[in-house]
Design a protein around this ligand. Structure first.
Ligand SMILES: O=C(O)CCC(=O)C(=O)O
Ligand SMILES: [Fe+2]
Length: 602
C-alpha cells in the first residue's frame, strides 16, 4: 500500500479506544500536534466521553470510575465460562503461563490486569470473532521470561476483562516485521535472524513457551513492539500472586475458531506457503462481516445495535426497498454496504494515493483552491485544528479531475488510480440514484448530471485529541454520501433517529458507508431521512476517509415529485436549490437543523 504511517497496519478489527493515560501511541506522529494545536484543544468546552455529560472529562467521570473499579469483578465472573481447552490449560498451569498466538486477532489481548508491567486505563471496544463486542479497559505492556532465559516485552497489549482466551496477535507481530515458521509442532517467530518467541502445539493451539513476569523489573520498549533482553539473571518464573487461569495465551491454528478459519500457514503439496497475514485478516474480516450481515438480514433475527444499519446490497436488495417493512416504508438513514462494485484493491490504492497527497507540503495543497470555500483544500484552522481536506468539485465534469491533478502535481500513476476510483464511485452513486427510484416505485435516472464532489478527509489526530471531536455533529446538505472510511481508525458516529443515541459506525475493510443528506429528506417528502453524524477521535493516530457527495441538481430547486405527494403525504418542505440551501445552513449556522427552516407549516 505504500503507506508511510507505521501505525496504520496495527489493527484490523474495530476498536474505539479512548485513553485515560498518555503513554501509549506517543511519538508515532512526530511533527503533528505541536503546541498551538494542543492549546486549541485545551480551550474547548469539555464533555465527558464516557457518559456524554458536559462539565467534566472522562477521567473525572463518576460513572467511568465506578466501572473502572469493577473491572476486576468482571474478570472473575468469566472464570466460570471457560471452555474445555481453557480448563485443560489452566489446570496444567503449574508455574508456567499459557499464552496463545492467534492469527484471527488483530490485537494482543489479555484479560488479567495484574500481568501488565505498564498500564494505562482506557475505554474502547473490540469486535470479537463471535460477532460481539468486548470492552477494552486498558492497554500496556506484558513481560515474559522465555524458556531460554531471555526477557521479552510485548507492547500495545489490550486489557479485555471479558476475554475467554488471551491472545498474541500474529497480525501485530507481522506488522512489526516479524516472520513465522511452523514445523514439527513448533511455531517460531523471528525478527531478522533473531528468534523472538516460539510456541508449542497443544491440542491444535500454539502455546507460548515462556512465562509472564510481574513485578518491578525494568521494561524496555522497542519500536518493533517487542523488546528483548538477553542474559539476565534468573528470576522467579511465576509469582505466587498469579491466579491459575492467568495467561492462557494460545496460538490458534487451522480450523479451531470462527475468525481463524484460514490459519496463517497454508500447505501446498510438501511446501509450506506463508500467506501474507494481512490478506488472511482481510479474508477473515470479510467472512465475519458477511455473517453479521446475514444474521441481521435473516428473518426475525435480533439485530445487534452496532450493525442495525448494516445492509447488503446483493442479498438485501436496493437501498430504499430494503427499508420497506410490511409494505410500510421504514426509512433508512445510513447503510454499510459490502459486495459493491468497487474492488477492494482499488479502494486501498486510492487510500494510499490520498494519503500521499495529504502528505504534500502545505503550499502545494493550498493550490487545490476553489472560489467557493470547502470545495477545494480546507486547511487545518483554529475552529477545526485536526481536520484538513482536499476537494474536487463536480468531479465527473469534463476537465475537473485534470484540473485537480495539475493543482497537486499528481503523478501519472496516481492519476490513473484516482481516475479509476472516481469513475467507479461515481457510477456507484448514479446506480444508487436509479435504485432509490425503483425502491420508491418510480423510475429514471435521478442523479443524472448532478454535480458530485470528491473529498479526501484527513484527521490529524494525536493522543492529545483522544475524546475530542474531529468533525462536528452535522447532516450532509446534499442528497447522498458514499464514504470509504478509515479501515482501521473508527470515530464516525451516527445519531439514532428514535433514541438519539450515538451509534459508532465501525471500520469494516472493503465496505462503504452510505448516508442520506438533507436534500434526500426534502425530495422524498420525509420518506428518507438525513442522518446526524460526527467524527470523534478514538485513537491518537491519523484517520483518513474519502467521500463522494452527490449534491443536488445544478439548476433549479429540488422538491418532492408529485408522485410522492398526496393527501396522506402532504408536501413537507419547500423546494430549494442545493447551493442556496448550503448558504442557508452557513448563514444560519445550522449544521443539523436548517431543514426545519424549509418545513411547510400545516
Ligand atoms: O470522515 C468521516 O468518516 C465522515 C466525514 C463526513 O461526515 C463528511 O465529510 O461529511
Ligand atoms: Fe458528513
Amino acid at each position: 500500500m505504500g503507506s508511510t504511517d507505521q501505525s496504520e497496519s496495527q489493527a484490523l478489527v474495530s476498536e474505539g479506544s479512548r485513553e485515560r493515560g498518555r503513554g501509549q501511541g506517543r511519538g508515532l506522529h512526530r511533527g503533528t500536534g505541536k503546541g498551538w494545536w494542543r492549546s486549541q484543544a485545551r480551550g474547548r468546552t469539555v464533555r465527558c466521553f464516557y457518559c456524554d455529560q458536559e462539565g467534566h472529562i472522562k477521567r473525572d467521570c463518576p460513572k467511568y470510575k465506578a466501572q473502572d473499579q469493577s473491572s476486576d469483578t468482571a474478570a472473575t465472573a468469566v472464570m466460570a465460562d471457560e471452555d474445555e481447552i481453557d480448563v485443560f490449560l489452566a489446570a496444567s498451569d503449574n508455574g508456567k503461563s499459557d499464552w496463545v498466538l492467534d492469527s484471527g486477532s488483530a490485537y494482543h489481548l489479555c484479560r488479567d490486569r495484574e500481568v501488565f508491567s505498564t498500564y494505562a486505563a482506557c475505554e474502547g471496544r473490540i469486535w470479537m470473532a463471535n460477532n460481539t463486542y468486548s470492552r477494552v479497559v486498558g492497554r500496556g505492556s506484558v513481560r515474559f521470561r522465555m524458556a531460554d532465559g531471555r526477557s521479552l516485552t510485548l507492547t500495545e497489549v489490550r486489557h479485555v476483562p471479558d476475554l475467554r482466551k488471551n491472545l498474541i496477535s500474529i497480525g501485530m507481530l507481522d506488522a512489526k516485521g516479524c516472520s513465522f515458521d511452523a514445523s514439527g509442532g513448533i511455531l517460531r517467530v523471528s525478527k531478522g535472524n533473531k528468534e523472538m518467541l516460539w510456541g508449542k502445539k497443544t491440542r491444535g493451539l500454539y502455546r507460548l513457551e515462556g512465562n509472564v513476569q510481574t513485578g518491578g523489573a525494568t521494561v524496555r520498549h522497542g519500536s518493533s513492539g517487542i523488546s528483548e533482553k538477553s542474559g539476565q539473571g534468573k528470576q522467579p518464573l511465576h509469582r505466587g500472586t498469579q491466579s491459575k487461569r492467568r495467561g492462557t495465551w494460545r496460538i490458534r491454528s487451522g480450523t479451531r475458531a470462527q475468525g481463524d478459519a484460514l490459519g496463517y500457514v497454508r500447505k501446498s503439496g510438501q511446501t509450506r506457503v506463508m500467506q501474507p497475514v494481512q490478506d488472511v485478516h482481510r479474508e477473515a474480516q470479510r467472512k465475519e462481516t458477511k455473517s453479521i450481515l446475514k444474521s441481521c438480514t435473516a428473518k426475525g433475527a435480533a439485530t445487534p445495535k452496532r450493525v442495525s444499519f448494516a445492509l447488503d446490497l446483493i442479498s438485501g436488495g436496493v437501498l430504499s426497498s430494503c427499508a420497506h417493512k410490511g409494505g410500510e416504508m421504514e426509512p433508512r438513514q445510513l447503510a454499510k454496504i459490502m459486495n459493491h462494485s468497487i474492488p477492494e484493491s482499488l479502494m486501498m490504492d486510492m487510500k494510499a494515493v490520498s494519503r500521499s497527497l495529504l502528505d504534500l507540503p502545505l503550499e502545494v495543497k493550498l493550490r487545490n483552491s476553489h472560489p467557493v470555500q470547502g470545495k477545494g483544500y480546507t486547511p487545518r484552522n483554529k475552529a477545526s485544528p485536526v481536520f484538513e481536506g482536499l476537494g474536487c468539485y463536480d468531479m465527473a465534469a469534463p476537465g475537473a479531475l485534470d484540473n485537480f491533478f495539475d493543482q497537486l502535481c499528481v503523478t501519472p500513476q496516481q492519476r490513473e488510480i484516482i481516475s479509476k476510483y472516481s469513475k467507479a464511485i461515481h457510477e456507484l452513486g448514479m446506480d444508487m440514484g436509479r435504485k432509490l427510484l425503483i425502491g420508491l416505485g418510480l423510475s429514471g435516472d435521478l442523479f443524472n448530471g448532478w454535480p458530485c464532489q470528491l473529498r479526501i478527509n484527513k484527521y490529524n489526530y494525536t493522543p492529545e485529541y483522544v475524546g475530542s471531536t474531529g468533525a462536528v455533529l452535522h447532516t450532509d446538505p446534499g442528497f447522498l454520501t458514499i464514504l470509504q472510511d478509515d479501515e482501521i481508525i473508527g470515530g464516525l458516529e451516527a445519531v439514532h433517529k428514535e433514541t438519539g443515541e450515538y451509534i459508532s459506525v465501525d471500520p469494516m475493510p472493503g465496505s462503504l458507508v452510505v448516508n442520506l443528506g438533507d436534500l434526500a429528506q426534502i425530495w422524498s417528502n420525509g420518506r428518507l431521512w438525513s442522518v446526524k453524524h460526527r467524527v470523534q477521535c478514538y485513537e491518537g493516530r491519523v484517520r483518513l476517509s474519502i467521500a463522494l457527495f452527490v449534491l443536488g441538481p445544478k439548476d433549479g430547486a429540488l422538491g418532492a415529485p408529485e408522485e410522492l405527494v398526496d393527501s396522506e403525504h402532504p408536501r413537507l418542505y419547500n423546494p430549494m436549490n442545493f447551493e442556496d440551501y448550503r448558504m442557508l445552513r452557513i448563514t444560519t449556522r445550522s449544521p443539523t437543523g436548517a431543514i426545519e427552516l424549509l418545513r411547510i407549516k400545516s
